[in-house]
Design a protein around this ligand. Sequence first.
Ligand code: PLP
Length: 399
Amino acid sequence: MKFDPSVKIHDYLVFGEFGDVNPSITDSSTFTFLSTDKMKEMFEHEIEGCFLYSRHWNPINKYLSGALARFEDTESAQVAASGMGAINCVVMQICSTGDEIISSHTIYGGTYALFKNFLPRFGINVKFIDMTDLGALKKAVTKKTKMIYCETISNPLLEIADIHAISKIAKENNVKLVIDNTFAPMIVSPKRLGADVVIHSMTKYINGTSDCVAGCICSDNDFIASINDVNSGASMLLGAVLDSFRAASILKNLHSLHLRMQKHSKNAAYFAEQFKKLGLPTYYPGFTEHKQHKLLKSIMNEGFGFGGMVAVDIKDEDKANKFMMMMQDERVGYLAVSLGYFKTLFSSPSHSTSSEIPEEQQAKIGLGKGLVRFSVGLDNNIEESFGRVEKCLKKLSII
Ligand code: PLP
């Protein structure tokens, strides 16, 4: 992200022989070698500027990965076929049978299901804790712990992880800290706060057009080299590689991320303030009364706001469902999971993106059945949009 004037443009460019301003889309699964010696060498170690096979690397995936590494301020990065593909790759690279992961209990439902139901089949045990309780984290670490996992801004309750403090505990115990930064691109830079690996579901804000699933892993050179190792790398051997056509389109969208995040955050702040004024219990990290507001202020990058997510508790499941259907009819946005789209999306996490979390656990972490999560869009006239939300709330006697 930092501009380094000593680095010449030619050091960055790996394209442009024909004057194209966007790098060419790699349309090859395999690459020719001019000598058998080079081919042999390439199987032994990577050679700058040489490509072997598209599941390993290809020029456009490398180009997008380079941009993501600069964006997250890590030495290197690798792209993946989905956010879950990225998470699985990292887990499989770091953990083996008998190892333990300590995870926040408020994470995306798919990750929760992977950790709770799938990994134990391979002898990897996950302890779920309240990651805002650093004492609980310290107690949970054992000799078997290999990874600490949480989201910068958690899904869907919008809790903030104290990445700096968590990373100290991770380092003291020689454990890798893996942060899912999907909800907070531009806003927080986890690597600068001590994270070892930063993951994104690029399906969300980074791509921003809800037309594909994709993921990325940003880390140091050694880690990215390890996942790409032809003999032992989880990216290479599990094969959740991003298609090169998608890599090209995501790269173009990445360039407007800073502007989109500013607008998402501005519009979400407006929605949150209005919900609060109407007396509805509202989850939004931009509120001074939010439990980790001060923490977020202390770690966030200036100028990108508090993110585009807001959750509001309607308290009544039936009314929440009617509210969402009415908002869709009123063209507020779409009743759909996911986030980071240019239109507003809303869903009830309890029955969708967090449904994998058992009911008792949902109740324990404060995830009510009437909770409605908004990914606020890029609407030009957000006041007018909220007017339609208010109309729905009134019609259903919620306010
Ligand atoms: N991480 C978070 C925070 C998510 O919200 C999601 C999906 O909703 C994922 C990871 C998984 O990403 P994908 O759907 O791209 O596999």
